[in-house]
Design a protein around this ligand. Structure first.
Ligand code: HEC
Ligand code: HEC
Length: 389
């Protein structure tokens, strides 16, 4: 059964069927900007796509899967640690209830309650605040931690030092150096499309290399297809909307919303970086010195069209982009996703990365290209909504 239902209506249905406690604690996340899609298409909601959703209702499927990644990262658990063992390789069994799933539901409500009661609805406390990578949070402070060496700084999480003056000019300088490093504005403007081939491997291929193909067209259209053993996994950004159509997802076609849509747009923008400065806004620098793989990097931060924070890490010597990190908002907290770029080679006077590794809370994958053909013709239908699996 399908019907039009706004936020109030959804909430009252939930209250009618749920317990009083659920009603009192229910979060007003239908209003969160992370739930909004770009374009006009309406995303499929969690309770429409899945069978047994009691708490995380009213959010798009991509955001729901982000929440699952957020849980996994916060408690350092695999998906099937919380879900029934039978879920391995069988999406249907993810609907089965387990004691840990039920505890996790209670924890979502607790998180909302704490943030509502003590932090004026701001999401100051998340699963990670307490769990910090452990299934059971620690309760006793550790003397070994107190007196031992401080843990290494995670470059993704560096913050601008408080009291730092306007750093937009410093950010612009770092970006200008990057544009020069990859070939300069004129050379960049001459590449208006490309096709590429190579291999992809990740959790979803059990780290076996499979064929990967890429189609890109300026400004900002990008389609990546990885040929998994069970069939294709395609991500498309058409300039305003993005989809994932994959044999490996629980839902055959996922319309990306919120931070995931911003992320798809960022990937497309980075394929033609000449317009990067214009495509993101609120550029600033002023971060403490950090390294990635022992390379000192310069960090700039900017905001994507949908409000997502993005950090870019440029090699201090070469000026090339080594990492792009985005912080995708979900109803339980922001999830980081970063892409590490390497093996830059000149293609038609423009340096392009032939190797990248994508890391997020739900997996890690590597793409290695064997060829990029600059200005190869790309048919417009390559950026149409992909065919469902
Ligand atoms: C900390 C526990 C926990 C972990 C780890 C976890 N999940 Fe979940 N999962 C839940 C809970 C709780 C629900 C039900 C949410 C609700 O009722 O609102 C759920 C529901 C689901 C559903 C919907 C099933 C249905 O049809 O109702 C899917 C699909 C799913 N999870 C996938 C995953 C994947 C994939 C991972 C790993 C990236 C994962 N989960 C990790 C707790 C967890
Ligand atoms: C305010 C602190 C706090 C927050 C926030 C929090 N938890 Fe917990 N969580 C705990 C504590 C404490 C326990 C252990 C309770 C016990 O020992 O029985 C626990 C236990 C759990 C367990 C059961 C572990 C086990 O092995 O029995 C799961 C699953 C869990 N939390 C998931 C989550 C998720 C998912 C979130 C975010 C939505 C979250 N928690 C947020 C404090 C927190």
């Amino acid at each position: 059964m399908k019907f039009q239902c706004g936020r109030q209506c959804r909430q009252s249905i939930r209250c009618a069927v749920g317990t009083l406690v659920v009603c009192l604690l229910a979060a007003p996340w239908a209003s969160s900007q992370s739930s909004m899609a770009g374009g006009n298409a309406k995303p499929q909601m969690s309770e429409e796509a899945f069978k047994n959703i009691q708490v995380l209702r009213g959010i798009p499927v991509n955001e729901f899967m982000g929440v699952m990644g957020f849980f996994s990262a916060s408690l350092n658990m695999n998906c099937i640690d919380c879900h029934a063992k039978e879920s391995a390789g069988n999406w249907d069994h993810y609907a089965d209830d387990t004691p840990l799933k039920n505890t996790a539901r209670r924890m979502v409500l607790m998180e909302n309650l704490i943030n509502r009661a003590d932090f004026g609805m701001e999401r100051k406390v998340t699963c990670y605040t307490c769990h910090r990578g452990y299934q059971i949070p620690a309760v006793i402070p550790s003397l070994a931690d107190q007196y031992g060496p401080p843990p290494a700084q995670d470059p993704d999480l560096v913050e601008v030092l408080p009291g730092t003056a306007d750093t937009s000019a410093a950010a612009e300088k770092i970006l200008d150096k990057y544009i020069q490093a990859v070939g300069g504005t004129q050379n960049l403007a001459k590449v208006t499309s490309f096709t590429a081939k190579g291999t992809y491997n990740g959790f979803d291929t059990e780290f076996q290399k499979v064929a990967s193909e890429i189609y890109a067209k300026a400004p900002g259209m990008l389609t990546v297809t990885n040929h998994l053993s069970a069939g294709a996994a395609t991500t498309t950004y058409n300039g305003s909307e993005a989809w994932i159509a994959s044999v490996n997802e629980p839902v055959p076609m996922i319309l990306l919303t919120g931070g995931d849509l911003d992320g798809a747009r960022l990937d497309a923008d980075l394929a033609f970086p000449g317009m990067l400065k214009q495509n993101l806004s609120k550029w600033h620098a002023g971060f403490p010195a950090v390294t990635i793989d022992n390379h000192p990097v310069q960090v700039v931060e900017a905001t994507a069209a949908g409000g997502t924070q993005v950090k870019l890490f440029f090699d201090k010597d070469s000026g090339l982009l080594l990492r792009a990190t985005r912080f995708v908002d979900t109803v339980v907290g922001h999830i980081p996703l970063h892409v590490d770029y390497s093996d830059y080679r000149a293609v038609s006077g423009v340096k392009m990365p032939f190797h990248w590794q994508e890391t997020w809370v739900d997996g890690q994958s590597t793409t290695e290209l064997t060829e990029i053909k600059a200005n190869a013709p790309v048919a417009a239908d390559k950026f149409a909504k992909p065919a469902s699996r």
